[in-house]
Ligand binder design. Sequence first.
Ligand code: VGL
Ligand code: ZN
Length: 225
Amino acid sequence: MTSTQPKEDEVKALIVVDMQEDFCPPGGALPVPGGRQLVDTINELLQNDTFIIKIASKDAHPAQHISFADTHAPPNNRPYRSTITIQNPENPEESFQSMLWPKHCVEGTWGAEFVEGLHVHRFHHIVKKGTDEKVEMYSAFGSPFRNPPIGDTGLTTILRNAGITDVYVVGLAADYCVNHTALDAVKAGFRTHVVVDATEFVDQSHMAPVYQAWGQAGIGFLTMK
Ligand code: VGL
Ligand code: ZN
């Protein structure tokens, strides 16, 4: 992995996004194809001590979360199909369309656990997101860059306090939580990289537009091979 050799001025953090049972087939409620196969690759990264801090995010929803299809009435509640309008509770004029999902990562359930075999003892910090019933939160940073900011998970502070210059983002899913986390890392002022063979997409058709958005944001791509 030559491209992750530290440059002289580089202080590196690894952010492992949502490596949880519900995102991993077989068995997960919101399976991301290939998700479980990332465990070995991510464990290898977790052994790499050029990352001075290693952070996991966890999707941690209440049982009636706004993103769950069965929280809403039919017919417009089809998982992976229907979208809902979510308002920013702190700014009612701001709203956006958000996808409905099968119920997943409910706090306290098996599906919210880290995926089996992941070397969780390597994590220095674990940040939870999506804990507010009314707020969808794809980014491990929360949504601190919205105006007004909502749901800061404290990740920016953790990284700044550690003197981090460069963040490396891996995990699930590339088109949702990895994507938003990487874009927010750029906004927070970190040089940002995605290890593309340590992430997987929910929907393969998102790969080209997401890669393009990453390129435009100045996000670096690297592979383990
Ligand atoms: C995620 C959909 C819903 C993710 C979380 O971790 O990418 N995707 N909740
Ligand atoms: Zn979720």
